[in-house]
Design a protein around this ligand. Structure first.
Ligand code: SAM
Length: 268
């Protein structure tokens, strides 16, 4: 796992951009139709797409692992009003931003600093785990999925959306960018679709649903970047580098070097 400091350095431009542009998510988003919705709405669309028809009610405990600045946690909380919603995030800077956003609100998600590979929850205590565009960073994804198995109640659901690739060797080579901590050190360790399917099988999870949404994620990113450029980058001074990084990611998704897989799996 990268050090906390190093991951915070990578996410600093995202943090500044979300703050400067009133955004609440760090994810690529989902544009069903081009030109219809704002980037903020695309990010919400991706959350609803990943959750699908999963049941969340007042009796449910929901965990958002890798919750970023807490946008998706908040949207889920507002829509479903679960009994408990806990967001876990590795970067303290993002946890603080999530806390600030909700300060003074009595009914709200709880945000904790923690590592997805060592979830600080008791066995069989969670109904739904939500994990969006975060697992790409985990050095040991099997350990994360085993942790999900441990804390999910029987019949509970893991909704996992991640960027994957069939070209793992190429992306391992790009790992050279991680040697020096910078805003380009993604610390990504990508899996393929097949890696996920075999891990789910090996760990005894049942696949309820799968969808690949790279085209919609690329369209959303394209429009999001256009939106940010239109408003101007002045408030996010010095962070233009993130624009080119995200443009590159958009191209990789569009030309199928990267895929964007959404899974819903359940514990038997
Ligand atoms: C692309 S962002 C997505 C954030 C959020 N899910 C969203 O959709 O807005 C990935 C997040 O995962 C967090 N993350 C990376 N490794 C983590 C780990 N081991 N445990 C918890 N969070 C982690 C990052 O700090 C980052 O905030």
């Amino acid at each position: 796992m990268p050090s906390k400091r190093s991951l915070e350095t990578f996410y600093e431009p995202n943090l500044r951009l979300t703050q400067a542009h009133g955004l609440l998510g760090y994810n690529a988003g989902y544009a069903e139709v081009r030109g219809r919705d704002s980037f903020d709405q695309h990010q919400k669309n991706l959350v609803w797409r990943l959750l699908g028809d999963v049941h969340i009610g007042p009796e449910s405990t929901v965990l958002d692992v890798g919750c970023g600045v807490g946008g998706p946690s908040g949207w889920i909380f507002d829509r479903y009003r679960p009994g408990r919603l806990i967001g876990i995030e590795y970067c303290s800077t993002s946890v603080r931003a999530a806390e600030q956003r909700w300060s003074g609100t009595p009914e709200r998600p709880i945000f904790l600093q923690g590592d997805a590979q060592h979830l600080p929850l008791p066995d069989e205590s969670v109904d739904v785990i939500f994990n969006l565009e975060s697992a790409l960073h985990y050095a040991d994804k099997r350990r994360f999925i085993s942790e999900c198995m441990r804390i999910l109640k029987p019949g509970g659901t893991l909704c996992l959306g991640d960027i994957t690739t069939q070209y793992k060797r190429l992306f391992v080579a790009l790992g050279i960018l991680n040697i020096v901590s910078s805003q380009f050190s993604t610390h990504a360790r990508l899996w393929s679709f097949e890696d996920y399917m075999s891990a789910f099988k090996a760990l005894g999870l049942r696949v309820l649903r799968h969808e690949e949404v790279a085209r919609q994620a690329a369209d959303s990113l394209f429009e999001g970047l256009t939106e940010v450029s239109r408003v101007g980058w002045n408030n996010a001074r010095g962070y233009r580098g993130r624009y080119f990084y995200l443009r590159f990611m958009e191209k990789l998704l569009r030309h199928e070097w990267l895929a964007y897989d959404l899974f819903a799996v359940s514990k038997r």
